[in-house]
Write a protein that binds this ligand. Structure first.
Ligand code: BES
Ligand code: MN
Length: 458
């Protein structure tokens, strides 16, 4: 283990250069004009994996390719097998003008590496790959077989991966999946995440007059779809900050008192949290702390709202239509399909007869919950402690990684979530960054994890 640690420390500068090279690819999966960049990025990763001694290939899909990289298989000896998952696609960088430096020209300032995708998720899974490089290059025998599955469609709903898991079910059968695509509560404070929220998307369009109308000539005699949409959406939450859709909370698994106690131990200061987010005051479901609200309670969010004239100056119209993009975040045991049905039904029920509602339901992902007392979780906790030199905490996270429930359903494997992102890493925001201390700790984590999981740790 010492030689691995030494190797990681000795090669740190090169690992940073390699992360910069990886971040330089504008692998924006939501934007069709970046198709070739995703291909090039996947190809870079495949070559990199091959260069460090993994058996790597690009698997084409109907979307973006999946990079598959395995450790050379142990002959004769049956070692346990683990899958490491990550994604090389990134969120759109817009709005460009808010970036201090170009999103795909990585910049290092202090211990931060700035660039879109640095934290979500290129830096996090590259740390695991680097750890395995250290095993291979120092001739240290791995106590297990590993397969890296790095996809290019996570930020657009992992459309190809479930199919891929089914096709390769035999090859990918494993004891557990390891994922570092989430966060830790504070610098230096490692966490094992044992729950994720699910998500379900829908779009609503209220259609009124057959064209934009002069609001002086017609306004007052016909409903304004923008106004109707605002009133309709405003009814989706009540004064206690709860989602006002009948049946919405039916399947919500309440936090146990043990969990509430654990969450209450996490560092939190309402004032500095509000200042960090730039809001005058926090908001959330009454009767729950901020940590509970953002990780263990469901929400209804408007992600986008569009209607009428958006250009400069004013234009006096009654817009012909208004639309909203909505997602709900779900917690165990809410089911995306059922919740979408309830929300759609309620919106239709409340829609006034003066406009027509068109509701399209979109992608969904199930929430995830896994036992923090399982042997795999305990191994993860020990590896976190070794890597960070501090006792890890247990965490639920508010974000979603829908494929995690497919790992369970298709491969029968639980997922160990070992996040390396900091709360101020700006995932999905301008000036995304990854902390280089976390990058190094991630490599130490990758080094310590396999003997702990395989039960061969000293
Ligand atoms: N890495 C995030 C998910 C995440 C972030 C989990 C922080 C836990 C803590 C992932 O890339 C992501 O953003 N997922 C989307 C999923 C959606 C597109 C279906 C999300 O959560 O919005
Ligand atoms: Mn991610």
């Amino acid at each position: 283990m010492n030689s691995i640690r030494d190797y990681l420390a000795a090669n740190e500068a090169r690992f940073v250069d390699e992360l910069c090279a990886y971040v330089r690819f504008p692998s924006v999966s939501a934007q069709p004009n970046h198709r070739a960049d995703l291909q090039a990025c996947a190809d870079w990763l495949r070559q990199h994996c091959q260069a460090i001694g993994l058996e790597a290939s690009l698997c084409p899909t109907s979307g973006h390719p999946i990079v598959l990289a395995r450790t050379p298989r142990s002959r004769g000896r049956n070692k346990p097998h683990y899958v490491v998952y990550g994604h090389y696609d990134v969120q759109p960088p817009e709005p460009f003008e808010l970036w201090k430096s170009a999103p795909f020209e990585p910049r290092i300032e202090g211990r931060s590496l700035y660039g879109r995708g640095a934290s979500d998720n290129k830096g996090q899974h590259l740390a695991h790959i680097n750890a395995v490089e250290a095993y291979l290059r120092t001739g240290t025998e791995l106590p297990c077989d590993l397969t890296f599955v790095i996809e290019g469609e996570e930020e657009v709903g992992s459309r190809s991966l479930a199919e891929f898991l089914k096709e390769r079910r035999q090859d990918l059968r494993c004891e557990a999946v390891v994922v570092s695509d989430n966060g830790m509560p504070a610098p230096g404070l490692p966490a094992l995440t044992y729950a994720l929220r699910g998500v379900a998307a829908l779009e609503i369009k209220l259609v009124g007059p057959n064209r934009d109308l002069h609001s002086g000539i017609f306004g007052g005699s016909v409903d304004n779809p923008a106004m109707a949409l605002c009133q309709l959406l405003a009814q989706m939450r009540d004064r206690r900050g709860r989602v006002a859709v009948p049946g919405f909370y039916d399947d919500v698994l309440p936090l146990t008192s043990y969990e509430r106690k654990q969450l209450a131990r996490l560092p939190f200061n309402a004032k500095s949290y509000a200042r960090f987010l730039g809001v005058p005051q926090l908001y959330g479901e009454r009767g729950h702390t901020s940590w509970e609200q953002r990780s263990a309670r469901p929400t209804f969010e408007i992600n986008g709202l569009t209607s009428g004239y958006q250009g400069e100056g004013s234009k006096t119209i009654v817009p012909s239509w208004a639309s909203a993009k909505i997602t709900v975040r779900l917690v165990p045991n809410q089911q995306p399909a059922r919740i979408l049905r309830l929300v759609k039904k309620h919106l239709e029920h409340l829609c006034p007869p003066t406009v027509r509602a068109e509701i399209k339901t979109g992608h969904g992902g199930q929430p995830y919950l896994f036992s923090p007392t399982s042997p795999a979780a305990q191994a993860g906790l020990r590896a976190l402690k070794t890597a960070f030199g501090r006792d890890p905490v247990l965490l639920r996270e508010g974000g979603s990684i829908p494929i995690v429930t497919d790992f369970k359903r298709i491969l029968g494997a639980d997922t160990l979530l070992l996040g390396l992102a900091l709360p101020d890493d700006n995932a999905h925001s301008p000036n995304e960054k990854f902390n280089l201390d976390n990058y190094a700790a991630g490599m130490r984590l990758g080094a310590a994890l396999w003997p702990e999981l395989a039960g061969t740790a000293a």
